[in-house]
Design a protein around this ligand. Structure first.
Ligand SMILES: Cc1cc2nc3c(=O)[nH]c(=O)nc-3n(C[C@H](O)[C@H](O)[C@H](O)COP(=O)(O)OP(=O)(O)OC[C@H]3O[C@@H](n4cnc5c(N)ncnc54)[C@H](O)[C@@H]3O)c2cc1C
Length: 413
């Protein structure tokens, strides 16, 4: 005899828990299945444990994958203000740090605990360590064949996350069930928000350098993507938030076998002319080596590399010619590196690709192909940049999917 429930959710992550709360608040019994022994493993890792859970600037331009209109329509139903209200209602007021929203305590476990407490209050049933073999649509119901027995439901919400963080349970296995569900179309997956690999020999010398800079990714077709912030240089390549922000575009171009390069501006916010006149007056009349004089503006480990790349010998400041200053400034503001790959997918903070949103209604998160099937979170082809955008997507899509799965289950009763 199958365990029967009105709404069944696969995945007890950020989006699945949000969906469970919104479904239960709309008056249906809810069961959540997860193949991990405990919920919300990825949520606990977010924001270095501080959980950057939303952003006040929720423009669709910060998202990739789905059409902007899909994202916009979803946010019309549940935006950052609704998120704030939702968490306040769970006893978690939010802290605004330059537009990025965190739980007031800046502790991810507080967010997970609040979601679980609300699920408990609403009598949501949880089943962990569940190995789902197949999802079978049968007479308008969903029958789940699992190693632990059969589950059956009127409505099914797929909230299984991305594909690259196996240690959190997010391993892409959820998408396999879509083969049983009318071959629901999937946009091919690739990792996003991760470090990039380059092969410049001098990277060994600058391993560990953290410096403010702008990275501009340049694709073969001339498209560019840039971001500014703290760049982290490593012997294998480049890391840091600005690199994560542009990595998706580099990775998808590499998968298309295109040549990808990047330019680093290591004097962001300072024009070439201003930098040339600054160094001109700094070097004039100074007998100290140029490398020592440059230390006030450039990280120590980068100075010999930049001088070498600019073809400028280290000598006394007064010995540096005007032309050498121009070459040095141009190199420092346009340091070019090839991008030859990306870090291991397991380092990705997000999965690009997933359930094709052309077959999903943004106002309900319901499939337009399989009645009764809903989606939420990273399993959808929606990936945001760093800054709270991916968790906001989990809350938004989870709230919409949960509410609409419950309402449609009640109507069908
Ligand atoms: C290190 C790191 C830091 C991050 N920091 C931030 C941040 O600060 N801000 C931000 O907005 N985003 C951040 N993200 C991204 C964010 O965590 C995710 O986008 C979000 O958690 C996705 O929620 P989800 O519910 O879709 O998936 P998940 O949270 O991955 O949950 C999916 C759940 O489904 C379960 N599951 C999967 N497959 C199956 C299956 N076949 N059967 C049963 N259960 C299954 C999993 O065990 C898991 O519990 C970060 C990600 C990482 C990895």
């Amino acid at each position: 005899m199958a365990n029967r429930s009105r709404v069944l959710i696969i995945g007890a992550g950020a989006s699945g828990l949000t969906a469970a709360i919104h479904a239960a608040r709309n008056g249906t019994e809810v069961t959540v299945l997860d193949h991990m022994p405990s919920p919300g493993k990825k949520l606990l890792l977010t924001g270095n444990g501080k959980c950057n859970l939303s952003n006040l600037d929720l423009s669709p331009e910060y998202y990739n994958g789905a059409e902007a209109s899909f994202i916009r329509e979803a946010f019309q139903c549940f935006d950052a203000f609704k998120t704030r209200e939702f968490f306040l209602g769970l006893g978690v007021p939010l802290r605004n740090k330059d537009g990025c929203l965190y739980p007031y305590s800046e502790e991810a476990p507080a967010v997970l605990q609040a979601l679980l407490s609300e699920c408990e209050r609403l009598d949501v049933k949880f089943n962990y360590n569940i190995g789902i073999r197949r999802v079978i649509p049968e007479n308008g119901l969903f029958l789940l064949d699992t190693k632990e027995g059969e589950f059956c439901s009127d409505r099914l919400i797929l909230a299984t996350g991305g594909a690259y963080r196996k240690e959190t349970g997010s391993d892409g296995s959820g998408l396999l069930y879509l083969k049983d569900l009318m071959e629901h179309p999937i946009v091919p997956l690739h990792p996003a928000l991760l470090p990039l690999v380059s092969d410049r020999p001098y990277l060994d010398e600058v391993q560990g350098v953290r410096t403010k800079g702008t990275i501009t990714i340049i694709l073969e077709n001339g498209e560019t993507y840039c971001d500014t912030g703290e760049l982290q240089l490593a012997s294998y390549g480049l890391s840091g938030i600005p690199v994560f922000q542009v990595s998706r575009h580099a990775v998808s171009a590499l998968l298309r076998k295109e040549t990808v390069s990047c330019e680093l501006d290591l004097l962001p916010g300072i024009s070439e002319n201003d930098a040339v006149s600054f160094y001109g007056s700094l070097f004039r009349g100074h007998t100290a080596p140029a490398s020592a004089l440059l230390h006030g503006t450039i990280h120590k480990k980068l100075i010999p590399v930049l001088l070498r790349e600019a073809g400028v010998k280290d000598k006394s400041g007064s010995g540096i010619t005007g032309e050498e200053i121009i070459r040095f400034v141009q190199t420092t503001k346009h340091l070019s590196l090839p991008i030859t790959g990306h870090a291991k997918p397991e380092m990705a903070q997000c999965t690009a690709g997933g359930v094709d949103t052309s077959f999903v209604d943004p106002k309900t998160m319901g499939s337009t192909l399989v009645p009764g099937l809903f989606f939420c979170g990273e399993v959808l082809d929606v990936d945001g940049v760093c800054g709270g955008y991916n968790l906001q997507w989990a809350w938004t899509s989870g709230a919409i999917a949960g509410r609409n799965a419950a309402l449609s289950a009640k109507i069908s009763r």
